[in-house]
Design a protein around this ligand. Structure first.
Ligand SMILES: [Zn+2]
Length: 284
């Protein structure tokens, strides 16, 4: 058993957009459920231990909007008739995915030559429930940008999502990183411009605002780090209802929504690690 699974790609389709569009902002909160580390690019010292620092702005912990946007885009791609993020993938995926940059995702998130209708502002830490240095496993290290679209043998299986797991099964290793601990809360805004109702539903679903999926952010996803619970605040568009109804008018989309919910719902989290010890080393 692996700590991840796949959602099959539906294939790209030209998106027919409703002329009835909306603009506005969603204010969201992100509650840390298993420890989260987003690398700032800087190292710090604690005694003689050198650790990777959590990203900060003006000395305050933040989740960069770009981190959340990447995660939300991948979810949205997995439950829509989308081409996928980069042209590099298209050669590998083959003929049933064409990139004409006119799918629902390109219209929402942007693509080459097309501006994004979404702006994810940085999220600020509004409740600090503790910060800790945790040594995490290193062997999975940095991966190629599009690694999450492919199985280990290079054969295309779909979009990869890592399983959630209880806080007490997070895997430890030798690389010290600064983590924001469970119970902490970040808040921030997502601005949207000229989205039709179906796109707004997809955005709410992919942000996890239906409450049925948790997202994963930052380092150590295979080792059960980075699980977060999403909520909308000051909700003026009924985000939870929109998230819940997304995909209901398209059987194939509904199938992928169901599959994704099985992979990312907190109820389906692992309560025992699927990692094993082989030759004195933990791995999966
Ligand atoms: Zn596209």
């Amino acid at each position: 058993m692996k700590p991840y699974n796949f959602v099959p790609i539906l294939g790209a389709k030209t998106y027919i957009k409703s002329p009835d569009v909306k603009s506005g902002k969603l204010r969201i909160s992100i509650e840390v459920v298993t420890p989260v580390h987003i690398f700032s690019g800087y190292y710090n010292e604690n005694g003689n231990m050198v650790y990777k620092e959590f990203v900060k702005y003006n000395g305050k912990y933040i989740i960069p909007g770009s981190s959340l946007k990447g995660c939300v885009r991948t979810i949205a791609e997995s439950v829509s008739r989308s081409c996928i993020s980069t042209s590099q993938n298209l050669y590998k995926i083959g003929k049933n995915v064409r990139d004409r940059n006119d799918c629902i995702i390109c219209d929402m998130f942007g693509s080459l030559g097309k501006k994004s209708r979404l702006r994810f502002a940085d999220l600020e830490l509004v409740k600090n429930n503790g910060v800790d240095i945790i040594n995490i496993p290193t062997f999975y290290g940095p991966r190629p940008e599009n690694e999450n679209y492919y199985a280990a043998d290079g054969k295309f299986k779909g979009i990869k999502f890592y399983s959630h797991g209880d806080e007490n099964i997070i895997e430890k290793g030798t690389m010290p990183c600064e983590f924001v601990m469970p119970g902490s809360i970040f808040e921030g805004n997502v601005f949207y411009e000229d989205l039709d109702d179906n796109q707004l539903d997809l955005l709410c679903f992919s942000l996890g605002l239906g409450g049925d999926i948790y997202l994963k952010l930052g380092y150590g996803k295979p080792a059960y780090y980075g699980s977060v619970k999403m909520r909308s605040i000051d909700d003026k568009i009924d985000a939870s209802k929109r998230a819940s109804r997304y995909g209901m008018n398209d059987n194939d989309v509904a199938k992928n929504v169901k599959r994704l919910k099985e992979l990312l719902s907190w109820d389906k989290r692992h309560t025992k690690s699927v990692w094993r010890t082989v030759n004195n080393q933990r791995g999966y």
